[in-house]
Design a protein around this ligand. Structure first.
Ligand SMILES: *Cc1c(COP(=O)(O)O)cnc(C)c1O
Length: 381
């Protein structure tokens, strides 16, 4: 199970120092105040990476927990919520909104490009009575990157709170939570942070906190209630036992990012992603998107006569290499190269491209070019 070469857009490879950190002996996280300091310190590192002064928390549960918790904490029955939909995760937010009694209203745009801010502005001119909006930063199944620096300030102007799913972008794509007016920013440990799966990171603005406090009806549930974290530091109390080993791993992963330098990490992603996209095109394949390419994942169209599912199976069987396809309805159309976090490195991506090149040619794809050679050519530029 653990000897495969994995290039999925999350979970990503975990650096050895992070794995070793999780193996260390631990204290009792419920009662040892040293852990409370450690937890706060780790949250502060996350805040630094995503550029916010807002309180930031680490919750025990995969990224999906954050998406649900934001909706659970903000939504009251009958609330109108704007759901920005230009991808599968974007569309999916409506389910969480409605689970908690809200009315989800789509602003839909094409799935093969970033949200058009002009269209969004026009939509909002006619209808802007929303408590909050959900926005996906990188919609991973297609790899589309939405421009939060434009979208969130527009929503903010209308007094609409912004809930941003940046699970597959944070730490691989720039995010400036405060400057871009993001009220709730959500991340996950297992994508560009390259820590093991299991943790959600969330930052909450004063306005979002006030919206949770001023509800007429109580928040349903406990685990998804974001207000229970507010006084943890003052009261030296956590709502539930913290997964200390996971948090030690995440703290080390955050150190890795801060030691390399946040901007250097972003530049590394950009360099790898840009060379990958250029190589894919010159090789004779098409990208799924026409604009809005995320530097964390590249969605590649696989010719119909081969099919992405067959290619994936073949690469796994013959090359022991796991590169996954997309979600339905794109599962047989798109292959996704994950180049985020520790996967955004030359040696990793060269290996993946070689497997794709050989796999495609094994299955009858005609090209007199080599993906790795093209990648190297563009990397040097
Ligand atoms: C991975 C991911 C999540 C979290 O999903 P998990 O199943 O918890 O890993 C949420 N949003 C996006 C856009 C993601 O890529």
């Amino acid at each position: 199970m653990n000897n495969k070469f994995v290039y999925a857009p999350g979970p990503t490879n975990v650096r050895e120092n992070v794995r070793l950190e999780r193996a260390k002996a631990t204290t009792n996280p419920d009662v040892d105040e040293e852990f409370i300091e450690f937890y706060k310190n780790t949250c502060d590192k996350i805040g630094k990476i995503i550029k916010t002064e807002n309180p930031t928390y680490i919750l025990s549960g995969e990224g999906i927990l954050g998406l649900e918790a934001a909706c659970a904490s903000l939504t009251e029955p009958g609330d109108r919520v704007l759901v920005l939909d230009n991808g599968i995760y974007g569309r999916g937010f409506k389910g969480f909104v409605e689970m908690y009694g809200g009315e989800g209203i789509y602003f839909s745009d094409d799935y093969n490009k970033a949200i058009d801010e002009k269209k969004l502005s026009e939509f909002l001119e006619n209808d802007h009575n929303f408590k909050y909006a959900t926005v996906v930063h990188c919609d991973t199944p297609t790899g589309v990157l939405n421009d939060l620096s434009k979208i969130c300030p527009i929503l903010n102007k209308y007094g609409i709170l912004t809930v941003v799913d940046s699970v597959s972008a944070m730490a691989g794509e720039e995010i400036k939570v405060d400057e871009w007016k993001i009220d709730i920013a959500l991340g996950g440990s297992q994508k560009a942070f390259s820590a093991p799966t299991g943790l959600t990171m969330v930052s909450i603005s004063e306005k979002a906190k006030a919206a949770m406090k001023n509800r007429k009806t109580p928040i349903v549930g406990f685990y998804c209630n974001l207000t229970i974290w507010e006084n943890y530091y003052k009261d030296k109390w956590f709502p539930y036992t913290m997964p200390i080993s996971d948090i030690m791993g995440l703290s080390k992963a955050a150190d890795n990012i801060l030691d390399e330098g946040v901007q250097n990490v972003l530049n590394r992603h950009e360099k790898i992603a840009s060379a990958t996209r250029k190589a894919i095109k010159e090789y004779g394949l098409e990208l799924f998107l026409t604009n809005g390419y995320s530097n964390t994942v590249t969605a590649v169209k696989i010719p119909q006569n081969i099919g992405a599912l067959k290619l994936k199976e073949h690469m796994l069987k013959k090359y022991n290499t796991l590169i996954i396809t997309s979600l339905k309805p794109y599962d047989n159309e798109i292959l996704r190269i994950g180049h985020m976090g520790e996967n955004a490195r030359e040696d990793k991506i060269v290996y993946a491209l070689n497997a794709i090149d050989n796999g495609l040619k094994d299955l009858g794809f005609n090209s007199d070019k080599e993906l790795v050679g093209l990648f190297n050519k563009y990397l040097d530029k």
